[in-house]
Ligand binder design. Structure first.
Ligand code: ADP
Ligand code: ZN
Length: 728
């Protein structure tokens, strides 16, 4: 028998399995997915067995597997297949595909037991009868006989709870002994009295349809903010577990969804494993082992939790499916939604994509019937959607109101007087790379691509990083002719200060990168705001998502339009989603909610759609732009980045690659560039970008693989290929 073994070798050059002989003593015991030690060169190294075969047709001398390092099968047959899919779809090396699926403790070079957490217990070392006889003979009450009496009842106790000299004495008499047992670091139990809402008609309908699906099918669950999607998820999962199957629930980010995760613990207790990047390596190891050992049936986690080695999956849910975090930026550049589809297909299970503002791609597929479209159109509890108003800041600036408009201040006063709560979102995205007029809000846009131009200080010009269009920066604003073209936006600290001056009595808490860098800081701020220890929560986009604060009746957004300026064709979509989600924080209980959007572009269509709470209107508008400019969902994209420390080498290779693509792809595909990438100079590297737009191209993958191979071992130029990029 032979084993195909995956080893970790530092270069990409050797990206294949190596064949080893399985010695007789391991036969029958060794299985695919186990970790082994094999000879390689003049060393022995770790590897994973990927396949076991009984024939081997090449005739050179093979070596034997030395040792089985870990008998726990961490890579199931399904995951081994999934790795090949990753390799094929994202052009990553095999090793990279498999390492991505595993927590640090289980990666090739690691020894799992180093990460396991062991507790030392004391147990009796003699039969109960012998101990009883001993107690009769030496039965004086003391610490030693006490411990023996406890052990007669409890079988085992934690060593650390008892005095070490007592333990030592009893051990020397050989009456007790120590044992070590692995213990999981996270232990949660079910809550006894959870509130389970009775599903309303809409929820019940959605629940029934998905529950009765026992085959692969993708559902898009489009439910407005507060429509009770979570309640539907919980019920669906409960039903899946009752059927004896398992489920995966993906969320965009755990730190922002602590309350959500707690609900899963409340409902399912120790049947839940969680997987996300804020866990320690030890915690990740434990959670992963719970899954491998089939001790849990539900995995809740972020992107890479989609690789959780659950068996018999009956349901996969991706909450907030529009979130960018489901796509990984570095190798392997996979999207968890694609992986979810492959896994759901493998298990013949339904996949649910949920959001109030689904991606245009998902919604378009739902409208075409590729996905099954389900809707929740009403708020589940007593809340109603808030009333949204748009404030024109160009008028306010004239009155010297640079940060807060009169309308927002008046509404804040009222809100505070009623002892209700307010949230203020400072939209800071989009300011770092672009030039805006502080007087009228004008920004430079590319006439060809409808994205904001990126400012290049060294050459004092603005460029489109899709098509290369360039224009010199003017002295004065081309729109209002003021010399105010250097506006870089406000910081949260400054805004908090100003707010405190206007409302000295108000209790204000700030949430941004600075105030949440420590572990657990998010949770603390959110919990104290929810407990009404503060009146106003002020923060960046991180306050916009998911929270359910019943006393929030007012949401103010400062610079509502700034994220429209990010030079990316998805800026409109992301801005709509951000503002719609933020608005959704207001009026979630029986208190009425209001939203104030401050902007320099009051006529902007995206903002108007937010004000009308109208996602469909936005969708139709944006689909039209995407159609005209040949963007997704009408076209697919590939982005290629050509990176080098040497400007000339980078540009020369980028040009060569672009020419090669133009010659070798199908004529219906469009090749844009090379142009400077949005992050042009980074870490002393120059970065050029080429974008491919295509609808259907049989030659694409072959051409990309060819290029990838050429640059595989080039140490001057790095080629990064991103298939279906989220940012270009
Ligand atoms: P979403 O995830 O769609 O934004 P949530 O699941 O957070 O919405 O639900 C919003 C609020 O409505 C929560 O406070 C939740 O407890 C409540 N809720 C959900 N379903 C029901 C129901 N059937 N009856 C009453 N309240 C409900
Ligand atoms: Zn352009």
């Amino acid at each position: 028998m032979y084993a195909e073994v995956l080893i970790e070798y530092p270069t990409k050059k050797i990206d294949k399995y190596f064949t080893y002989i399985i010695p007789a003593s391991f036969q029958g015991k060794l299985k695919a997915g186990m970790k082994v030690k094999v000879p390689f060169g003049n060393k022995t190294i770790n590897g994973f067995v990927m396949q076991i075969t009984d024939t081997f047709d090449r005739n050179y001398e093979l070596k034997e597997i030395v040792e089985i390092v870990d008998e726990e099968i961490v890579l199931s047959e399904e995951l081994i297949k999934l790795g090949l899919y990753l390799e094929e779809k994202t052009l990553c090396p095999k090793i990279c595909a498999y390492q991505t699926m595993l927590p640090s403790s289980l990666k090739i070079k690691e020894i799992r037991s180093n990460y396991n957490f062991y507790q030392t217990y004391l147990i009796l070392n003699k039969s109960k009868k012998e101990i009883l006889e001993y107690l009769v003979q030496y039965g004086k009450e003391n610490k030693q006989t006490n411990l023996l009496n406890i052990l007669l009842k409890e079988e085992k106790v934690l060593k650390k709870d008892y005095d070490s000299y007592v333990v030592k004495a009893l051990r020397e008499k050989e009456l007790i002994k120590e044992i070590k047992e692995q213990e999981y670091r996270i232990n949660k139990s079910k809550s006894e009295n959870i509130i389970k809402h009775e599903l309303n008609n809409e929820q019940q309908n959605v629940f029934n349809i998905i529950k009765n699906t026992n085959e692969f099918k993708t559902f898009l669950l489009e439910g407005i903010t507060g429509s009770g999607k979570t309640e539907v998820y919980l019920n669906l999962i409960e039903d899946t577990l009752k059927k004896g199957k398992t489920a995966i629930m993906l969320v965009p980010e755990i730190s922002l969804t602590v309350a959500l995760v707690n609900r899963f613990y409340e409902w399912f207790g120790s049947r839940v494993a969680i997987l996300h990047s804020a866990l320690s390596n030890g915690e990740k190891n434990d959670e992963y082992l719970k899954i491998v050992r089939e001790e849990v049936s539900l995995v809740v986690g972020t992107r890479s939790a989609i690789f959780a080695p659950l068996k018999n999956i009956g349901l996969i849910i991706i909450d907030e499916e529009h979130s960018d975090t489901f796509k990984q930026d570095n190798m392997p550049r996979y999207n968890a939604k694609d992986i979810a589809m492959v896994r759901a297909k493998y298990h013949h299970a339904p996949l649910v994509l949920g959001s109030a503002t689904p991606t245009l791609e998902s919604k378009a597929r739902a409208l075409k019937g590729v996905y099954h479209h389900l809707k929740l159109t009403k708020r589940a509890g007593s809340g109603t959607l808030p009333k949204v108003s748009i404030v024109d800041m160009t008028e306010e600036v004239k009155k010297h109101n640079f940060i807060f408009s009169e309308e927002l201040i008046t509404k804040l006063q009222k809100c505070l007087a009623n002892q209700e709560q307010a949230m203020i979102l400072l939209n800071r995205r989009g300011y770092s790379t672009t030039i805006t007029c502080s007087s009228c809000g004008y920004t430079y846009k590319c006439p060809n691509c409808d994205i904001t131009l990126t400012y290049h200080k060294s050459s004092n010009n603005l460029r489109c990083h899709y098509c290369g269009y360039t224009v010199t920066k003017n002295e004065e604003c081309p729109n209002c002719h003021e010399k105010a073209l250097n506006y870089l936006g406000l910081g949260t600290e400054k805004v908090t200060e100003e707010l405190a001056k206007i409302f000295p009595q108000a209790r204000i808490v700030r949430m941004d990168q600075d105030t949440t860098s420590k572990k657990g800081a998010h949770e603390k701020i959110i919990a104290s705001f929810k407990a009404h220890e503060y009146d106003i929560l002020l923060g960046t986009q991180m306050i916009s998502k998911g929270f359910d604060f019943p006393y929030v009746t007012l949401v103010g957004v400062i610079n509502a339009d700034s994220s429209l300026n990010i030079p990316d064709f998805r800026s409109n979509e992301r801005t709509f989603s951000l503002l719609y989600q933020a608005s959704g924080r207001a009026g979630r209980s029986n208190l009425k909610g209001e939203v104030v959007l401050q902007t320099f572009n009051p006529d902007n269509y995206v903002l108007k759609c937010v004000a009308e709470n109208n996602f469909n209107k936005f969708f139709n508008y944006e689909m039209n732009i995407r159609h005209i400019l040949k963007y997704p969902p009408y076209y697919y994209l590939v982005s290629l980045k050509v990176i080098s420390k040497d400007y000339d080498i980078a540009l020369e290779n980028a040009t060569k690659i672009a020419n090669y693509l133009k010659k070798n792809l199908m004529p219906t595909s469009i090749v844009l560039g090379p142009t400077t990438a949005s992050l042009f100079k980074f870490n002393n590297n120059y970065r050029f970008q080429i974008v491919i737009k295509y609808r259907h191209d049989d030659k694409l993958m072959k051409v990309l693989k060819y290029l990838d191979n050429i640059y595989l071992n080039d140490n001057k130029v790095n080629l990064e290929i991103d298939i279906d990029p989220l940012h270009i």
